[in-house]
Design a protein around this ligand. Sequence first.
Ligand SMILES: Cc1ncc(COP(=O)(O)O)c(C=O)c1O
Length: 400
Amino acid sequence: MFEWKQGQLFCEGVAVEKIARKYGTPVYIYSKDAIVKQISHIKEAFEGFNYLITYSLKANGNPYLLKLMINEGLGADTVSMGEVKLALKSGFRPNTIVFAGVGKREDELEFAIENGIKLINVESEEELNLLDSIAARKGKRVDIALRVNPDVRPDTIEKISTARKDSKFGIETESVERIFKNFKSKYLNIRGLHIHIGSQIFDWKPYKEAIERVEHLIDEVEIFDIGGGFGVDYHGGNREFDFQGLRENVLKPLSEKVGEIITEPGRFIVAPSGVLVTRVLYRKRNFVIVDAGMNDFSRPAYYGAFHRILNVHLRGKGKEIFAIGGPVCESTDVFGKEFEIERPERGDLLAIMDTGAYGMSMASNYNARPRPAEVLCDGETVKLIRRRENLDEVIWKNVP
Ligand SMILES: Cc1ncc(COP(=O)(O)O)c(C=O)c1O
C-alpha cells in the first residue's frame, strides 16, 4: 500500500525516495499488499459460485507478479503466443489459461492446442474454421468459447470500449446463432461464451445489458466469461466498482444458468498497486521536465488518461500549478497540463500514481530509451523484479 509518513510517500514499509536512490529513476514500484487486497475484493464478489479469475497478463506481465497471482489462485488471460508462453513459464497450469485475441496466427493456435490450455476464445468464423482444421490435423479435441460482440456502449473512454458493433472484437450475435445451429465438428467443443465490453467500468449494468443480449445463447454452453473491465479511480477518490451489485444482479442469475463463470480483470488488480517514480530534470516557464517519458508510460499520450502526480517528499514549499512532461521529442509526451503540486525543484522525485497497469507492459524504446526497472515491496523487503535495460541492449540487441 502507498501511504504518507511524516511527509514522505512510503510503499509498504519503505520510503519511495530510498528505493529510487538505490535503483535509479525512472522506476516502477509495486506493492504486494495492494495487489492482494484488490484480488480479495473480486473474490468476495464471486464467493460461493464456481468461478475462475484469469488475470489479464497484458496489464502487467512481470513474472514475479504473475507468481503472486498464481499463489492467489488466479488463472491467466492471454492474447498472444508470447503471453501463453509467459503464463506457462511463470507456472500457471494449462487448465487455468484462456487465450483470446482478434488476430491469432496459425502457429499461435497450434501452440495453444499443443499445450492443452483451458479455452481458446474464438473471435471470427474464419478463425473457427482454421482452428477446426488444425485440431483435425493434430487429432486433438479442443475446448473453445465464442467471443460475442453484444453491441453495447458502456460509459467509458471511447478508445477502450470494445463491444460495439463497429469495433473489431468478437462475433456478432446473429453469426453466433448460426454457428450454434450449423457448425458441426468432431474436434471443437464449444463450451463457453465470452464477452469483454471495455475497460474502466464502475457499474454492473453494462455487464447485465451485454449478457441479456446473448441470453438466448446461454443454454448452449457451460461456461460464461464476463471479461474484465472493472474500473479504478485514477483521481484518488472513493469511486469504486460496484462488486456487490455485480454479485446480486449479474453473477447470481448467471450462476443459475452456467456451470462456471470466468472473469478477466487486469487493471483493477494492478493499477493502484504501482507508481512510476521519476526525477525532476529541469523547470522552465510553468513546465517541469522529468526523466520519465511517454516511452516509459504512455497512457496520458495515447488516451489522454489522467494520473495524479505527487512530490514524494513534502517539505512545505507550497503548492503551484505546473505542466509535467518527459524528455521524448513529441508534444504528446506530457503527463498532464495542470497539476497542483508542491513546488518541484531540480532533483526532486515525483510519483506518477496508479501506474501498475498498462504501464511497463506498454513501455517501448522510442527515442532509444532503455525501459525502466521494476521493484516489488513486501513489508520492509524491496526486491528488484526487472533490472533496467541497458543502452547496448536497446541499440544493438537484434541487429545482425
Ligand atoms: C479480452 C480482454 N479481457 C480482459 C481485458 C482486461 O481489461 P481490464 O484491464 O480493463 O480489466 C482486456 C483488456 O483489453 C481484454 O481485451
